[in-house]
Design a protein around this ligand. Structure first.
Ligand SMILES: [Zn+2]
Length: 271
């Protein structure tokens, strides 16, 4: 069921409306806590106004707390958040006992790779430079063993993922909880990092993005050799993140930036 989701993502770029981001952003923009504090303090200058000023100041602080608290709760996907932002947990996030970090429907937050860090790996696909070099060496080694590994998806922008999650989800009439079983919400896909890649076996393309990809020569070769090229499976069977088994989805973990990217997000793995 995830077949068409993943394969479409790399080639299509139909824009999706940004309406889902607007209400929260507008609401936040109209309530600037510092304005409230400043105006009440200035108006309380003379006589016993000091006591009044202190009282209003406290009211202002309370309002500040209320505003910031409600903002944290009401903003499901904040704009321009850092890689792992402790304020982004929405009220709708499921509470997993194994999960001690922020997630949305079991998917972890990732920052989009800077464009300058991305290089082509052919076929219109891009990865970060270190991952691209190792991936291409891996594909060449496999080919010399008679195995033809193909690329199905690589780097995906947050915009790509918006269309994939909300657009395709709506077209299929899927609730977000159902959608998240096969697709990460925007800002929560490993594909944003430029280190993750979906692969197939050219000889058995019917298994593309299907769990029976694990029966192919390509998967068997990767299982035996991917670590040599610093790639690992992101979502093995029964993974602690509780994402569906994806034998086609691999990630580069061969330098400190990629390692930090995935394992700081995966604090749960240490539990
Ligand atoms: Zn993938």
């Amino acid at each position: 069921m995830s077949n068409s989701d993943r394969s479409r993502s790399a080639n299509e770029s139909a824009p999706l409306g940004k309406a889902e981001d607007i209400p929260a952003a507008l609401r936040d923009g109209n309530k600037t806590p510092s304005n409230r504090v400043t105006s009440t303090t200035v108006s309380a200058l003379p006589l016993g106004g000091i006591a009044l000023g202190v009282g209003l100041f406290l009211v202002g602080i309370t309002a500040f707390n209320l505003v910031t608290t409600s903002r944290d709760r009401s903003t499901p996907i904040p704009i321009a958040s850092p890689n792992v932002d402790p304020t982004t947990t929405p009220a709708t996030a499921p509470s997993s006992p194994q999960n001690n970090t922020d997630n949305v429907l079991n998917h972890l937050p990732y920052t989009e790779a800077p464009t300058a860090e991305l290089v082509s790996i052919g076929g219109g696909y891009r990865l970060r430079k270190p991952a691209a070099a190792k991936f291409q060496a891996m594909v060449a080694a496999a080919r010399s063993s008679g195995v033809n590994i193909t690329t199905i998806s690589a780097f995906r922008s947050v915009e790509d993922q918006k269309r994939l999650f909300f657009g395709v989800g709506a077209a299929r009439g899927q609730q977000p909880t159902k959608r998240a079983e096969v697709s990460a919400p925007p800002k929560y896909s490993e594909h944003h990092t430029g280190y993750a890649i979906d692969v197939g076996d050219a000889a058995v393309s019917a298994t593309n993005l299907n769990q029976n990809f694990e029966t192919t020569p390509a998967y068997q070769w990767l299982k035996a050799n991917a670590a040599t090229y610093s790639f690992e499976l992101s979502f093995p069977k029964d993974n602690i993140q509780k994402v569906s088994y994806e034998p086609w989805h691999w990630r580069f973990v061969g330098d400190i930036n990629s390692l930090e990217t995935f394992y700081k997000a995966h604090n749960l793995q240490g539990k």
